[in-house]
Structures are given as structure tokens and as C-alpha cells.
Write a protein that binds this ligand. Structure first.
Ligand code: HEM
Length: 134
């Protein structure tokens, strides 16, 4: 049977209920590597938080094999490609991943090492796609 990552979607739902989850994630991300903060220097962080909320939902659906989000994922990959508005060097994605799981571990009352593994598995396809399109 196909893995739709419902456990990860439910965990994400719990994280979003602790309403500063996305803001906390950005704080962790900014401090995770010296090149992060300058990349967001000209970004409207309110708008960015809303974009990322949707981005994470799409990423989890994409990991579950949903065709509905392939267009969205392609657009996000373009934005982060060498030629895009916000190019992201492939080696930076591990900091993004580590920052997100840290934010989840802080926010989800049901966080566990097993759930962290599931999150990492769910976020890997979108990151692989971004790297492929860099
Ligand atoms: C190290 C990793 C990453 C960095 C440094 C980064 C940085 C950025 C920056 C600077 C922007 C542009 C904001 C602007 O328009 O001013 C952006 C947009 C965005 N990012 Fe990322 N990003 C990263 C990874 C990701 C990942 C893995 C996802 C998906 C889950 C994602 C989803 C988005 C979305 C949805 C937008 C908005 C695109 C739009 O405005 O059309 N980002 N990112």
C-alpha cells in the first residue's frame, strides 16, 4: 500500500497549532549557517511564512506521490534554482532539513525519534527535486 505520510501531516497539524511554529523555524534556520540570513535580507518575512506553510504541505503530499502538487513543486524548484529569484546551493538543504526537524521536535507534543525519521523521509523528495533542478 502506498505511504501517504498521514502521520507526518498530523504532526504538522499539531505543530501549526502552536502558532509561532513557522516563525520559530525561521529563527532556527537563520542561525543554522552564516549564509542564511543574508539570503532573506530583502524578503518580506510575513509573506514568506505564509508561502512556506503551503510549501511544507505540498512537500509532504509530493512525498506521498500526489500528482496534484507537481506543478507547485516545479515552480518552487525554479525559484530556488541557479537562475531563480532565490537560488539555493544544494549543500544548504541539510541545514533547512535539520532546522525544520528541530522546530518540529520543539513544537509537537508527540515528537519522537521515529517521527523525526518519518519527517526526514517526507522532506527528502522535494529537496532531491530542488537539487536536480539547480
Ligand atoms: C536552505 C534552504 C532554503 C533557503 C535558503 C530558501 C530561501 C528562500 C528565499 C530567499 C525565498 C524568496 C523570498 C522572496 O521572494 O523574497 C524563498 C521562497 C520560497 N521558498 Fe525557500 N528556501 C529554502 C528551502 C525551501 C524549501 C525546501 C521549500 C519547500 C518546502 C521552500 C519553499 C519556498 C516557497 C514556497 C517560497 C515562495 C515562492 C514564491 O514566492 O513564489 N524553500 N525561499
Amino acid at each position: 500500500m502506498q505511504d501517504e505520510f498521514n502521520d507526518v501531516q498530523r504532526s504538522y497539524g499539531r505543530c501549526l497549532q502552536s502558532n509561532n511554529f513557522i516563525a520559530r523555524f525561521y529563527d532556527i534556520l537563520m542561525d543554522s549557517h552564516p549564509s542564511m540570513r543574508p539570503m532573506f535580507a530583502r524578503t518580506d518575512l510575513g509573506r514568506q511564512r505564509r508561502a512556506l506553510r503551503r510549501g511544507i504541505t505540498s512537500a509532504i503530499l509530493y512525498a506521498g506521490g500526489s500528482d496534484l502538487v507537481s506543478g507547485t513543486i516545479r515552480e518552487m524548484a525554479q525559484v530556488h534554482s541557479r537562475a531563480g529569484r532565490a537560488p539555493v546551493k544544494p549543500e544548504l538543504y541539510r541545514y533547512w532539513m535539520n532546522s525544520l526537524v528541530q522546530a518540529v521536535n520543539e513544537a509537537d507534543p508527540q515528537a519522537s525519534p521515529a517521527l523525526e525519521k518519518r519527517w526526514r523521509k517526507a522532506l527528502t523528495p522535494v529537496i532531491d527535486t530542488f537539487v536536480e533542478h539547480y
